[in-house]
Design a binder for this molecule. Structure first.
Ligand SMILES: Cc1cc2nc3c(=O)[nH]c(=O)nc-3n(C[C@H](O)[C@H](O)[C@H](O)COP(=O)(O)O)c2cc1C
Ligand code: SF4
Length: 495
């Protein structure tokens, strides 16, 4: 079950009022941005989206190249390649950059995109680290294999059963026979969570040596990955400090580590700054290094926009080339997965805030992130810093994008799902063909596929599947793997 606002108001798409070619040419959206290492030909941006097309061991596939090539043909100012794992460990079909052997495929990807865009789009790759998340177990399996038995468990069960339990085997058997309503009385909150949701590591698990060591190992892991990204021909990297992953958890107000990397705002930010410093050392001063982080976590006791403003100022001061702001997308409020499935961070309220749908509350799904991002951008400017801020979240018309830029609420407009629905949409606006735009209807069909780790497609493309024999098909043969073509090669020549 994915969380939806209880109001369940169905919102229509806003009237688009697409620009003429002249209006587009005079707009801020289609004006260049030039800041430090970051040079964009226009202020349009395709944020990271995992399409689940890598091999089982994390290599680039022809389908990945097709996917990004299709976006590049819409000539966005910035195009961010999906969250890519920085460690050399099995990560399922997540794209990886944790070893030199991944470079060949990544090089092929950058070569293709650069030649398709002819230098008009800057290509970045999002670098991610994440902690272990296990599938929700069968209760019997949990009690026989995973639960670490303690004296407290034994005592409680013996007391409850009014008999002695001779060994661990008997304790485990007693657990299996226990009325589930009594689990909260005998299990700790964490144990209960592992049973109901699957075991999940936290950055605050200081009893685990590899978690305690994160501040020691992460700077080099990110820096080596960034150096590889440079080698592979990317124009820059986006450090993934957002959503449910390791670095977002360091920034979270829920991070109470007592080793200098938690607690106060300064402590929570420390590792992010150390990573940036090491990335600069290894990838070079002239390489674009930005990050994505959260304007608000939107979970109980989570970071607020004031935390994000502080982080924004300090990250800008430390030399980030851009700051891309997302929101929500956390594990803490995620829905309970089915037995055998893993908890997914976009199923709770915070997940809704990250990718809001057309069925919403009174505020609606469009531009929910703009107000907090404007506050963060203002704080950065008030500190005398000009670091570009990328905003995303339900931005899908020219008027909306242009107004955000004109009011100075952000410097670059990120549109993920609208770009997925129609990768040519920026080019169509720029050339005065707004009426040809295939508009995202914000149903999150794409996100449902993402959740199941199935090849992501847009429901609006699928109806073109049979009429287009050239399109690669999904594994079940029913869906196109890339968006239908825009029959406009002549217009695109003029871009
Ligand atoms: C299929 C899919 C995959 C996504 N993968 C990522 C990702 O790898 N990294 C990330 O930071 N955000 C990811 N996102 C979130 C988007 O980048 C974006 O923040 C979100 O969709 C809200 O923007 P939108 O309203 O323009 O779609 C993903 C979104 C979708 C729909
Ligand atoms: S599947 Fe739905 S939400 Fe996703 S891009 Fe297509 S129209 Fe938009």
């Amino acid at each position: 079950m994915i969380w939806k606002p209880p109001e369940r108001i169905r919102h229509q798409l806003p009237e688009p009022n697409w620009p003429t070619r002249q209006e587009a040419a005079a707009s801020r959206l289609f004006s260049p941005l030039d800041f430090g290492n970051l040079r964009l030909r226009e202020r349009t941006w395709v944020p990271a989206m995992v399409p689940w097309r890598a091999t089982e061991d994390g290599y680039v596939t022809p389908e990945i190249i097709d996917w990004y090539e299709r976006f590049a043909r819409g000539f966005p100012g910035g195009l961010v390649v999906e969250a890519t794992g920085i460690r050399d460990v099995p990560s399922g079909p997540l794209l990886r950059i944790g070893h030199g052997r991944f470079l060949r495929g990544l090089r092929e990807l950058t070569n293709t995109i650069h030649s398709t865009s002819e230098g008009r789009s800057r290509l970045f790759i999002q670098l991610i680290d994440f902690l272990a998340v296990r599938r929700r177990p069968e209760p019997d399996t949990y009690f026989s294999r995973y639960l670490v038995l303690t004296e407290a468990h034994r005592k409680w069960l013996e007391n409850h059963l009014d008999r002695e339990l001779a060994d661990d085997e008997q304790v485990r058997q007693a657990f299996k026979e226990l009325d589930p309503d009594l689990y909260p009385e005998v299990l700790t909150r964490r144990e209960l969570e592992s049973l109901k949701y699957g075991y999940r590591e936290r950055v605050t698990d200081m009893d685990l040596p590899h978690i305690r060591d994160l501040p020691r190992v992460l700077p080099d892991l990110f820096a080596d990955a960034a150096a590889r990204a440079r080698d592979a021909g990317f124009d820059g990297v986006e450090l993934h400090f957002a959503h449910a992953y390791t670095m977002a958890s360091f920034l979270s107000t829920r991070n109470n580590r007592d080793d200098g990397y938690g607690g106060s705002r300064k402590g929570r930010l420390r590792l992010a700054l150390e990573i940036l410093q090491r990335v600069r050392q290894k990838a070079g001063k002239d390489f674009v290094v930005g990050c994505r982080y959260l304007s608000e976590e939107i979970i109980e006791g989570g970071s607020t926009v004031e935390d994000a403003a502080y982080y924004g100022v300090e990250l800008a001061r430390a030399g980030m080339d851009f700051l891309s702001l997302s929101r929500g997308g956390k594990f803490e409020d995620a829905a309970q997965p089915k037995i055998g499935a893993a908890v997914y961070p976009y199923t709770g309220r915070s997940g809704y805030e990250c990718m809001p749908t057309a069925i919403s509350d009174a505020q609606g799904p469009f531009g929910r992130n703009v107000e907090p991002v404007a506050h963060i951008a203002r704080s950065i400017r008030d500190a005398g810093l000009a670091t570009p801020v990328v905003v995303s979240g339900g931005i899908a018309t020219f008027d909306q994008a242009e107004a955000i830029l004109q009011r100075g609420e952000a410097d670059v407009i990120g549109s993920a799902r609208q770009s997925l629905a129609d990768p040519d949409w920026y080019a169509k606006m720029r050339l005065g063909f707004g009426d040809d735009i295939r508009r995202c209807i914000f149903t999150n069909y794409c996100e449902g596929l993402d959740q199941m780790h199935k090849q992501v497609t847009c429901q609006l493309w699928d109806r073109y599947a049979l009429s287009s024999p050239h399109a690669r098909r999904s594994k079940d043969g029913k869906r196109r793997l890339t968006a239908p073509e825009w029959d406009s090669s002549e217009e695109l020549e003029e871009l």
